[in-house]
Design a binder for this molecule. Structure first.
Ligand SMILES: Nc1nc2c(ncn2[C@@H]2O[C@H](COP(=O)(O)OP(=O)(O)OP(=O)(O)O)[C@@H](O)[C@H]2O)c(=O)[nH]1
Ligand SMILES: [Mg+2]
Length: 326
């Protein structure tokens, strides 16, 4: 059974809340990708060179990435020749299957939920450039784990941007969770140190460290994050247990470049892609996985607390391809 029929079957019952969040958050991407695939297959009675060129265009414009797009098209060309398939609908189904395979086989398989340390506080470091949604994603993650019964501490390591401390404070108040603040323009590593002490003393389950998103040179970034990492590791064994890079889906391939730069300066255990609801280029998830091998752990599909969802490939493909049409 092809993936398309598999998805249709899997989601044929009334979708759960998480699936609906995907379907809604990916409306724009679906319009740009699935609708165009549909329209393309209706315009051609059988596939030819021009068909594959148009297909390639759709993939690239959906931010699947040039490399991956070319590889996918090549595979389809081969398969269509070998198996003598000329029906556009069949080729499109094969494309979806190949996209799934490319994701499933690139990089390590990992559970998306934060992996908690067997003992003591678990530390999550959150990094990314300005305005990508670090602070709001932190609030959403805090909310998620509080609901799972964990005690959460927020640590305001962004001492650089005016208003950043206050913004995190507002979230801490709303979520009723403790917060450790540094001084404006203070050393983020010393805030990380204070946070680690607090987390140990108060037996916190999850400590989330916000960092400054200023665009800086690689050397500065490496130095700053390196220092935070060292301080955390010294205070809490194995910390930071998780390091998430936040990427704004609306920045497209630029986000992929940011991810490469961050991966070079600090170890990453996962990626959170925000603002999926604001882009028509939902293919970015596939290209990030293809080019970095770092798993996408969570996806931001809207502004509400519940809109940060654990990444699920089936739900993602459902949102990208079917939505309300299942
Ligand atoms: N629609 C939508 N908006 C989002 C999402 N995630 C974050 N935002 C919005 O993006 C804007 C920036 O978010 P912040 O969390 O302040 O970003 P930041 O990375 O902490 O920014 P700096 O601290 O300036 O580096 C806010 O207006 C958020 O509401 C999402 O998944 N969907
Ligand atoms: Mg912030």
């Amino acid at each position: 059974m092809g993936l398309f029929s598999f998805l249709k079957k899997k989601f044929s019952k009334k979708p759960d809340a998480a699936t609906e969040t995907y379907a809604k958050g990916m409306e724009k991407s679906r319009a740009a990708f699935a609708s165009r695939l549909d329209e393309l297959s209706k315009r051609y009675s059988s596939v030819n060179q021009a068909y594959f060129e148009e297909l390639e265009q759709i993939l690239i414009e959906s931010d699947v990435g040039v490399d991956l797009s070319l590889r996918l098209i090549e595979k389809l060309l081969d398969a269509s020749k070998e198996q003598k398939i000329s029906e556009p609908g069949k080729i499109n189904e094969m494309l979806i299957d190949e996209m799934f395979v490319s994701y499933a086989t690139a990089g390590a398989v990992i559970k998306n939920e934060i992996q908690f340390a067997p003992e003591g506080p678990t530390v999550l470091l959150v990094v990314g450039v300005n305005g990508v949604g670090k602070t709001t994603s932190i609030a959403k993650l805090a909310y998620r784990y509080q609901k799972q019964g964990k005690s959460v501490l927020l640590v305001a390591g962004d001492t650089f941007r005016a208003g950043a401390l206050e913004q995190l404070q507002v979230w801490a108040d709303r979520l009723h969770c403790p917060i450790v603040l540094g001084k404006p323009n203070g050393d983020p590593a010393s805030v990380a140190y204070d946070g680690a002490k607090y987390a140990k003393e108060h037996k916190i389950d999850l400590m989330i460290v916000d960092t400054a998103g200023r665009l800086q040179t690689k050397a500065n970034l490496m130095q700053e994050l390196g220092k935070i990492n060292r301080v955390l590791a010294k205070e809490i064994p194995g910390a930071p247990h998780e390091s998430f890079l936040i990427i704004d889906a609306t920045t497209g391939q630029n986000g992929v470049l940011q991810a490469k730069a961050f991966k070079d300066v600090t170890p990453l255990t996962g990626i959170v892609i925000t603002k999926m609801d604001g882009t028509s280029k939902g293919g970015i998830i596939l290209s990030i996985r293809d080019e970095l091998g770092v798993p996408v752990r969570f996806v931001g599909l809207g502004e509400k607390m519940e809109d940060l969802q654990e990444f699920d490939l089936d739900k993602y493909l459902y949102g990208l391809l079917l939505g309300d049409k299942a």
